[in-house]
Design a protein around this ligand. Structure first.
Ligand SMILES: Nc1ncnc2c1ncn2[C@@H]1O[C@H](COP(=O)(O)OP(=O)(O)OP(=O)(O)O)[C@@H](O)[C@H]1O
Length: 318
């Protein structure tokens, strides 16, 4: 499936996905992730072309799309069952038929016994299961999930993540899932799509995106330093524990060195993690003993150099 979406000033993105694929969409605040989802769903006016067919003027129910958005929560006056049956009914299925489908979906999510409850009588995790069941019950070609775990506590998130992963494996269409959490990308994605300033900055399998990030946002997410070199044509990435911190300019010919000011120090596992304001900002891990010996405090001027063997270098654009 090929999707082109254009919402001027907010997002302009093209993506291609195989049937059954899960694309996890990541990017910093304001990158256009929600805009992409909303324009595909038809909740914002914009241009959408799917496999050469122009969807732009199609109303929401005419699009073969299921969505779970934070602000499109369940109908409060309907039971869980009626919420899930709503989509099939709106698509013309007879009441008994739609109810049977809805009941099956609730059972698949392990909440068949909650069918008669109203949304306010459900926990956050249960309500989110109903919302996802409601989206899947319409048998969409595209499933859009915008931060489906937001607002749930950590253990509810983990349980729902595992369960959703199972349903996504069986889902025959294309799923797009927006998240801020690297765990979602690593556990749920077939491929990760990175949005930056409304454009697709990178697409690839999670391991590849994590190893060779092309945006500062993804580099931070996976805990790597990222520096543009060769007039911006290439990038180098290296982990914070491959950075040597010194108070004086390092000897030798290495060009992998930067001068900057310590912005913060924080415990990180057994190490101390420094954030140094240089160009660009860099992270460095060192032992607590070394941090004390160097007298590192915020504001201190330092030199950083990267161990060449720990640096990976790759093209800035794919
Ligand atoms: N209703 C709106 N009208 C106009 N501009 C909007 C609207 N909603 C969002 N924007 C702008 O569009 C851009 C993309 O926002 P969007 O919400 O899609 O980003 P996002 O990647 O989902 O961000 P976040 O991670 O913060 O949810 C931002 O510059 C934002 O200010």
């Amino acid at each position: 499936m090929h999707v082109e979406a254009d919402l001027p000033g907010r997002v302009r993105a093209g993506l291609t996905a195989e049937a059954g694929e899960v694309l996890v969409v990541i990017g910093p605040n304001g990158a256009g992730k929600s805009s992409l989802m909303r324009v595909i769903a038809g909740l914002e006016p914009g241009r959408v072309v799917v496999d050469g067919r122009d969807w732009s003027d199609l109303a929401v129910p005419e699009r073969r799309v299921g969505y779970v958005f934070q602000d499109q929560s369940l109908f409060p006056h309907l039971s869980a069952l009626d919420n899930v049956a709503f989509g099939p009914r709106a698509r013309g299925r007879a009441r008994r038929d739609a109810d049977r489908t809805a009941r099956e979906w609730l059972e698949r999510f392990g909440i068949g016994d909650l069918a008669e409850r109203r949304p306010r009588e459900l926990s956050g995790g249960q309500a989110q299961r109903v919302a996802i069941a409601r989206a899947l019950a319409t048998e969409p070609d595209v499933l859009l999930l915008d931060e489906p775990f937001a607002g749930l506590d950590v253990s509810a998130q983990m349980a729902l993540r595992i369960e959703l992963g199972r349903h996504l494996r069986d889902f025959p269409g294309v799923a797009l899932l927006v998240t801020h959490d690297a765990i979602d990308a690593l556990t749920l994605a077939d491929r990760v799509l990175v949005l930056d300033e409304g454009r697709v900055a990178q697409v690839g399998p999670p391991a590849e995106v994590a190893a060779e990030p092309r945006t500062p946002h993804v580099a931070r997410l996976v805990g790597l330093n990222l520096v543009a070199v060769a007039e911006g044509e290439q990038l180098i990435a290296f982990p914070p524990d491959a950075v040597v911190v010194s108070l004086h300019e390092p000897e030798g010919s290495t060009r992998l060195r930067w001068h900057g000011q310590v912005a913060s120090l924080a415990p990180h596992g057994d190490a101390v993690r420094l954030l140094v304001h240089a160009s660009p900002d860099l992270l460095a891990d060192l032992t607590p003993a070394a941090a004390t010996e160097l007298g590192l405090v915020p504001g201190r001027e330092v030199w950083l150099s990267a161990k060449a063997t720990a640096v990976s270098r790759y093209a800035a654009r794919g």
